[in-house]
Each structure stands twice: as C-alpha cells, then as structure tokens.
Design a protein around this ligand. Structure first.
Ligand code: SF4
Length: 154
C-alpha cells in the first residue's frame, strides 16, 4: 500500500473555507475579506466554491503574523505587495509598462487588478511566482538584499 496516498500535497487545494477558517482559528468572513482585498487567491471551482491548500494556510498565517506582530494594516500589506517589480520578472516592454496600472499604482498587488496588461491577462496568478514566491516577506527581503545580483535588473 502507498503510504503517501492520504498525504496532502502542499499545493493541493482540498480544504474548504470552513476547514481553513477552523485551522487558522479565524472567521469565514475574515477569510473572505483577505480574498476581496487581494491578499490571497484561493482555488476557485467552477461552482464558485473556494478551496485552500497547505501553502495557502501558511500564506494566511504569515499575513496574520504581519498584521499582529508588525502592526501592518491590510492596506499596508497591499502597498508592500504593490512594490514587487513584477514587470522585471515578466520582462514587460516599455509600452506594456506604460499601459499597466501595476507599474504606477501603489494601492494593491498586480494580481488584484481586474484589467491586466496583455502580458498577464490570461495568466493564472495563483500559480505565478510573483504571487507564490515573491509575495512572501522573506523572499521580498532576500530580493532586496540581492537586487544588484539579479540579471533582470542589470
Ligand atoms: S501573472 Fe498575475 S501575479 Fe503574475 S505578474 Fe501578472 S498579474 Fe502579477
């Protein structure tokens, strides 16, 4: 018998919103606020039902820690996310940058815009490294530490 058969993979979205809320010890409306504010992107089934993975739970724990420990508001977190230079990772042209609100705006992360640039309009933000990796605070800090080494920025 395969021992890993019942093991949950980190990116597998199988937790319902009520299970996720219970695991996080928060209310379902709070989870909905995090989504509507653009802090998280749960997996959406065709029926509209939201599902969460272990990685989503970890992300929400990190967000909660930032809110509580560092006294950063939801708008503050959105501001921090808006500073991630997605245009460098996506190698957007000057023309695309001029047409993209994420390049100018400071109010929310790139994935929270309904009208996305041509580069991103058909992308799945939930699986994009900008969302999955670079919006983790440790990754942002590491990015800033290594900013001169990054070939994309030279
Ligand atoms: S695909 Fe989504 S998360 Fe990735 S850079 Fe584009 S808008 Fe941002």
């Amino acid at each position: 018998m395969n021992k890993n058969k019942n093991k949950m993979l980190p990116d597998e979205p199988i937790l319902t919103i009520s299970v996720a809320a219970k695991l996080l010890d928060i209310s379902i409306p709070t989870l909905r606020v995090y989504e509507s504010e653009g802090l998280i992107i749960p997996y959406k089934k065709k029926s509209g039902q939201r599902l969460y993975s272990q990685r989503d739970i970890q992300r929400i724990q990190d967000i909660r820690k930032t809110i509580k420990q560092y006294k950063v508001s939801i708008n503050g977190i959105k501001f921090l996310y808006s500073l991630i230079p997605c245009w460098e990772y996506k190698k957007c042209s000057d023309e695309e940058r001029q047409a993209c609100p994420a390049y100018y705006d400071y109010t929310k992360p790139c994935w929270a815009y309904e009208e996305k640039s041509d580069t991103c309009k058909n992308a799945d933000c939930r699986t994009c490294p900008i969302y999955t990796e670079l919006s983790n605070y440790d990754s942002v800090k590491e990015l800033i530490r290594r900013i001169k080494e990054l070939p994309i920025l030279t």
